[in-house]
Write a protein that binds this ligand. Structure first.
Ligand code: ATP
Ligand code: MG
Length: 646
């Protein structure tokens, strides 16, 4: 291991952000890390043992060199020279093998640990409530899964091995040097501060520059992503001034260029200083030691051994002088991963959760409520005096995962203030009301995307919080306004709802959702790739695909947010027909934007400011002359004309 190798590693270490040293670790972090290391105990022990052996070889070599010179070359004994040279060759071979072994173990431990942490974080994040994803920036979440996990891995391999091998080799080198000549060793040590202090200073500068560099890089790339995504590019085309955009970008790129040059120069200075000190020390050893050899008080081999050992002293010494930064960086990475793992999923299954009764078994008398005399087998939905506020940021997210770290812990505003209603089995309940009234919020409580703050939501008489999540997923089907499709084939998107569905079933569902003709006409049919980067579907088409997905799942409760976008009357009629199929025989809650839907509803709930203010059927409510009739005249009456013509 020569100087340059070590130099780069040391420079990386000096470049590291020293502010981590001031961070406080949570209690028990180290013990917890030990828990992750435990499965790799055998590998770790072997790995560290190999490191120790490698450190011994580093010191053994100069000593062999000394013996070759003093016992072989100087007294002219060829036999000894050849024997010892062979030993050096053998040691080189052993060293090479050890190097491979070290890499094997460090890779096994490191990659294994990355795997363990990554899968654990993924599983955990998957269980988080939607509120978490609303707040957390996907980017910082992905970085937790990538860079912090890798940083944590580094703690167990690179940092640990560098500490162990540096400590061992430093002790061996110093002891050997002192035994060979304490005078020369002292001289060499005197030179050390000349290097260490400037190195620390340059290191601090380098670290500041690195941080600035990262910041500038991030600014430049965020400008690019913002301008070059579809929406941004469109806005820039419509309103932007290309010259100013270019100038703004050039300005950022210029700063990136300048700081790149500064950083390269500081790096070089560090490197040069390191090499220079080593060379000066070597010169000094040859000067002092050489005179002693001429005097005869010193053997030639000893001098050569000392000079060689010297080059192996500065590396470990400087690396260790900065080791606390490395160790803390690694520990902090672990801590940041643990932080995500410790975030308790707010919406979780109770240990005594039960599945909802199966559809055909509807005659069964339910423990927590009377059985519904429903002909369809669909369950009733009840809202019992539901009060709801959205969870505050601090309850669902980590400040460190949000782009603007927010510390507000104040409870958020109450959004629903005692909503009570019952949707009878197999009926359709329409929600109407002004924007921001709480309609979407109500529907989100049925599928348990959020939990009520007070009161209860019951399906088939059973509180959704006492229900297993799997059973709830099977029972409640949701179609949102902007139906999301994965970037995958239509087949895969549909099968997401029911993996075992056959092609016939898929086609049947697509037919019922009034979208089969379109899919059939696509060049790849069911294998056409849709989603963000695939085949572009219109809003109405997407929603019909989502309805097909829902039909495949065949849930007994349907929650639907009708598309607000105006569809042309043909696709509107198609969606309407698809819906009629989807809702038949199911208990449904529909946020209605279309008069035709409202007319078909068994009950209409008018929501205003988090309360049910009116309820009844279309004609009854219209006759009342309240908020509903106001809304009707403002929003729906227009639709009445084509509807009457139809
Ligand atoms: N994730 C959230 N966190 C905090 N408050 C929210 C959140 N989502 C909605 N709100 C608030 O809750 C209230 C009700 O919103 P909701 O989305 O239920 O209205 P809506 O009736 O569906 O309106 P629209 O017809 O415009 O869709 C609004 O005042 C809104 O600001
Ligand atoms: Mg809404």
């Amino acid at each position: 291991m020569g100087m340059p190798d070590n130099g780069w590693m040391m420079m990386a270490s000096f470049r590291r952000d020293r502010s981590v040293v001031k961070e406080r670790l949570k209690a028990g972090t180290v013990r917890r890390i030990a828990g992750y290391a435990r499965p790799y105990t055998r590998e770790l022990v072997l790995f560290l043992a190999l490191n120790a052996v490698a450190a011994v070889i580093v010191v053994a070599n100069p000593l062999l060199l000394k013996t070759i010179i003093d016992r072989g070359i100087v007294p002219h004994r060829t036999g000894i020279v050849i024997a010892l040279a062979s030993t050096v060759a053998g040691l080189a071979l052993v060293e090479a093998l050890i190097g491979l072994g070290q890499r094997w173990y460090s890779a096994r431990i490191g990659e294994g640990l990355i795997y363990d942490l990554r899968t654990q974080v993924f599983d955990h994040v998957q269980r988080m409530p939607v509120a978490f994803f609303m707040r957390a920036q996907t980017g910082s979440l992905v970085s937790r899964l990538n860079s912090d996990v890798i940083g944590a891995q580094r703690a167990l391999t690179t940092t640990l091995s560098s500490v162990v091998s540096n400590v061992i080799s430093l002790i061996l080198v110093l002891v050997t040097m002192f035994v060979l000549s304490w005078q020369v060793t002292l001289v060499a040590l005197v030179l050390l501060p000349i290097f260490i202090f400037p190195a620390k200073w340059v290191g601090r500068r380098l670290q500041k520059i690195s941080r600035e560099q990262m910041q500038l890089d991030a600014e430049m790339s965020s400008l690019m992503t913002e301008r070059f995504n579809v929406a941004g590019a469109m806005l820039a085309k419509l309103y932007g001034r290309p010259e100013e955009e270019s100038a703004g970008f050039a300005d950022r790129a210029e700063r990136v260029r300048d700081i790149g040059v500064t950083s390269a120069m500081y790096g070089r200075v560090f490197f040069t200083a390191l090499t220079l000190v080593a060379s000066l020390a070597t010169a000094m050893v040859y000067g002092v030691g050489g005179s002693l050899v001429v005097d005869g008080s010193f053997q030639l081999g000893t001098l050569v051994a000392l000079a060689t050992l010297l080059t192996r002293m500065y590396g470990p010494l400087t690396a260790l002088s900065n080791v606390h930064v490395d160790v803390m960086t690694a520990l902090v990475s672990f801590d940041r991963v643990f932080e995500v793992l410790d975030l308790a999923p707010m919406i979780d299954e109770r240990p005594d959760a039960r599945p909802l009764p199966e559809r055909p078994a509807s005659e069964e008398v339910l423990p927590s409520g009377p059985a519904d005399p429903d002909p369809s087998g669909a369950p009733a939905i009840e809202f019992d005096d539901v009060v709801f506020r959205y969870p505050a940021a601090a309850e669902v997210s980590l400040a460190s995962l949000e782009s603007i770290a927010r510390t507000d812990t104040a409870p958020s505003r109450e959004v629903l203030h005692g909503v009570g209603f019952r949707a009878d089995p197999g009926t359709m309940t329409a929600l109407v009301g002004p924007s921001g009234a709480g309609k979407t919020t109500i529907t989100q409580l049925v599928s348990r995307l959020y939990d009520v703050t007070d009161g209860a939501v019951r399906i088939a008489g059973q509180d959704v919080r006492d229900t297993t999540l799997a059973s709830l997923r099977d029972t409640v089907g949701v179609v949102t306004q902007d139906a999301h499709l994965f970037h995958d084939s239509i087949r895969a998107n549909l099968a997401y709802a029911r993996p075992e569905a056959t092609d016939e079933e898929l086609v049947e569902a697509l037919r019922a959702a009034q979208i089969w003709d379109l899919v059939d006409a696509m060049p790849d049919g069911l294998d056409t790739v849709v989603g963000d980067r695939g085949y572009r579907l219109s809003g109405g088409e997407k929603q019909r695909l989502a309805i097909a997905r829902l039909l495949l799942k065949a849930p007994s409760v349907v929650v639907l947010d009708e598309a607000t976008a105006h569809l042309d009357s043909e696709s509107e009629a198609a969606v309407q027909r698809a819906l009629r199929t989807a809702l038949a025989g199911r208990t449904s809650i529909v946020i209605a934007h279309r008069l035709s839907t409202i007319r078909e509803a068994d009950q209409i709930l008018v929501i205003d400011d988090g309360r049910v203010v009116e309820r009844g059927r279309h004609d009854e409510l219209l006759a009342e002359g309240g908020l509903y009739s106001e809304l009707y005249h403002r929003q729906f009456a227009r639709q009445d004309v084509p509807d009457a013509v139809r």
